[in-house]
Design a protein around this ligand. Sequence first.
Ligand code: ATP
Length: 369
Amino acid sequence: FEPWNDPNVKPLIQFKNVTKRFGDFVAIDNQSFDIYAQEFFALLGPSGCGKTTMMRMLAGFETPTEGTILLAGQDIAPIPPNKRAVNMMFQSYALFPHLSVWENIAFGLKRDRMEKSAIDARVAEMLKLTRLEQFAKRKPHQISGGQRQRVALARSLAKAPKLLLLDEPLGALDAKLRQDTQFELMDIQEKTGTTFVIVTHDQEEAMTVASRVAVMDHGRIIQADTPARIYEMPKSVYVADFIGDVTIIEGRATKSGDGYDVAFAEGQPSLHAKSDKVFQNGQTCHLAIRPEKVAITAEKPEGAVNAIQGKILDIAYLGNLSTYHVELPTGQIIKSQTANTRRLSRRGFTWEDTVWLSWTETAGVLLEG
Ligand code: ATP
C-alpha cells in the first residue's frame, strides 16, 4: 500500500502552495503535499508548528490566505464545513451528555433526515464496528473514557465521510489504554477504508498508527514519509532528532569509496559512512546514528569499520533493553542500546567501565550541516 509511489493513483487531498497567515504571523508557509484515499496520515511536530491549523483548513474552520486545497480534485474553499465529505473528531469528544450512546451516534443522520430504518441499520453497524452494542442505551457518564472515545469515533464515522480528522484523539486516555486504542483505531480505519488524518505530538503514536508521518516545524512539513523511512532515512538533523533516540556527531566529510570519512575530533579516528549524497571535501556534515545500531563490547571488535573507545557515563535500564551513554575522551557522548540477554547481564557493564563502541558503514546516516 504505497499509492504515493504510483503515478496512476490520484490523491484524495492536494495542498497546493497553501499559506495561512494570522496577521503578520505565518502559521503555514507555502506548503504543497498530497494525501491518498485510505491513508492514515499523521501530522506530527512540536507545539505551535501548525498541525491544528492544517486540520482546521481541511475541516473548513479556516481558509488559506493563499493557495488551494483540493478534495477529490475539487477546490474546497467554496464548500461550507457541513457540506464537505469531511468530519472532525475533537479531543473533548463533544458528546451530548443527555443523549444515549445510540442517540449520540444517530444524531447527524437524524439531522440529515435519513429514513428511520436506514438510521437503525447504520447505527447498528457503527455499534458493532466499535464494539459498543451492549452500551447502546447508556448515557456518556455511564461508560468509561475509552468507551466514550469509541462513541465519538462511531458518531464521526456514521455519515461515512471520505475524510476523518482526528485531533489528539487519544489524548484523554491513560498510557496503557492509549496503546490498545491505537491498534483499535488502525483496525477501524482499515475496516471502513476511510482516510484518517491525525494530529498528535506523540511520536510513538504517529509511528504506530500512520501509513505516513509528516514531521512539521514552523509551518512547514520537513519530511512526509513512511514511519520506517522517517526513522531509517531522516532528511535532516531536525527529523532525526525529533523521532526516536539518536546520536548526532558533527564533523567534516572527505570522499572515500562509496561514502565519506567524517573527521570529528582531534586524536579520534575518522568515522566512515556509506552515502549517495554529495558533500564537498571538508564540508560540515552530521552523522546520525540510532543507539540500537551501536554495539558495545569490552574488547575492540576485529575488523570493525567504526570502532571508538569511551567510558560509560550513564545506564538507563529498560528491562529488556539497556541504553548506555558512553563518553569519549573528547567529551562527546555516543548512545548504545543493547538487548539485555543473560550473557550481557552476566558480563555486566557498569558505570566508569571503559568500552568499545562499533557500528557498520551503513548504520549511520549522513546529513547536511
Ligand atoms: P499544539 O500542538 O500546541 O496544538 P499546533 O501545531 O496545533 O500546536 P497551531 O494551533 O496550528 O499549532 O498553531 C500554529 C501557530 O499559529 C501558533 O503559533 C498559534 O499561536 C498560531 N495561531 C493559531 N491560530 C491562531 C489565530 N486564530 N490567531 C492568531 N494566531 C493563531
